[in-house]
Design a protein around this ligand. Structure first.
Ligand code: PMV
Length: 313
């Protein structure tokens, strides 16, 4: 017996870093997915195959002893076969580059939670999300759950620390060209760098948080109006704030400059220090924006908003 599920990756459109200090962030599911197939097997083992490696273990190993990015799958499978007398084989296929801030681990947790648990009973998206966040905590103890939430429900979402998540009902018609710097980054250390910047520049940081909040309220209106050109101006503005708090570098700046030649605006998405940037376009400047990145030998691909979220088969 087999069960299959897929979930989209995500980008942070606006508000990264400032969200840590209470400002609203806007996230968006993207139409690049991770698909997980789970299968019951007679042998009592958990076997996981993916393009980043394999993991095969007996059930009931302490999670803390497992040192693998595939650990959330083991956690989910182990939880579900606790009182059963068979094993699970899991196969993971990804269209999302891994570990560059595009929500690959959340998409794995959401699609994994659905594929594995649906082998036994059909669960609601809310129940799958709960399981997915539990699984994600095996790798990021302090996850806000924002990425798993947007990967589960799709579309656009706003999130802030006080009020949690809510879906944004707008359906703007933009394309994002995502370019990967291929520079590794640690979200934790970039966040620590921003904390230091804040400590040394309290007044300026507080003003930047206010400006970012204002910008985001404005963005919510522009999303409703599908005003992509003006959204691009907000993208450029947000990037200026991110430059100020020190999460950019020469490589990212060069990529943003390239992205800005033809698009409406480009910025870092996620933690920065490396990872990805996106350029905002519509049909009129999509091809030229891709061409600009390719001419400078930057790895890039275009995405649209994914409105579906978790899909099960
Ligand atoms: O690197 P990502 O895409 O997971 O984004 C991190 C987002 C931050 O705002 C920098 C940190 C956080 O916990 O919100």
């Amino acid at each position: 017996m087999k069960s299959k599920a897929s979930a989209p990756g995500k980008v942070i459109l606006f508000g990264e870093h400032f969200v840590v200090y209470g400002v609203k962030a806007i996230l968006c599911a993207i139409n690049k997915r991770i698909a997980v197939t789970a299968e019951k097997i007679d042998e009592r083992k958990i076997s996981i195959k993916s393009n980043i490696g394999h993991l095969e273990l007996e059930p009931n190993k302490p999670i803390s002893e497992i040192n693998s990015p595939l650990k959330p799958f083991y956690y989910l499978a182990n939880k579900i076969i606790q009182d059963k007398n068979f094993g699970i084989k899991i196969d993971v296929e990804s269209e999302i580059p891994l570990g560059v801030g595009l929500g690959s681990s959340s998409a794995c947790c959401v699609a994994g939670a659905a594929a594995i648990s649906n082998l036994f009973e059909n669960n609601s998206k809310e129940e799958i999300l709960k399981l997915a966040i539990e699984a994600e905590k095996t790798i990021f103890q302090n996850t806000s759950g924002a990425d798993c939430t947007v990967c589960t429900f799709g579309g656009l979402m706003e999130y802030d620390k006080e009020n949690g998540f809510s879906k944004i009902e707008s359906e703007p018609n933009f394309h994002l060209v995502i370019a990967n710097s291929n520079v590794e980054h640690s979200t934790e250390s970039v966040v620590a760098g921003v904390r230091k910047f804040k400590k040394n520049n309290e007044a300026e940081f507080s003003k930047l948080c206010k400006d970012e909040s204002h910008l985001i309220e404005n963005v919510l209106e522009l999303l409703k109006e599908n005003n992509i050109r003006e959204l691009g101006e907000r993208v450029i503005k947000n990037q200026e704030y991110l430059e100020r708090i020190g999460i950019s570098n020469a490589k990212l700046r060069e990529m943003i400059q390239t992205g800005q030649n033809s698009s409406f605006g480009a910025k870092i998405t996620g933690a920065g220090g490396g990872g990805c940037i996106f350029a905002l376009t519509d049909e009129s400047n999509l091809e030229n924006t891709i061409k600009e990145f390719k001419e400078k030998n930057h790895e890039c691909f275009s995405v649209k908003i994914d409105f579906k979220g978790l899909d099960t088969f």
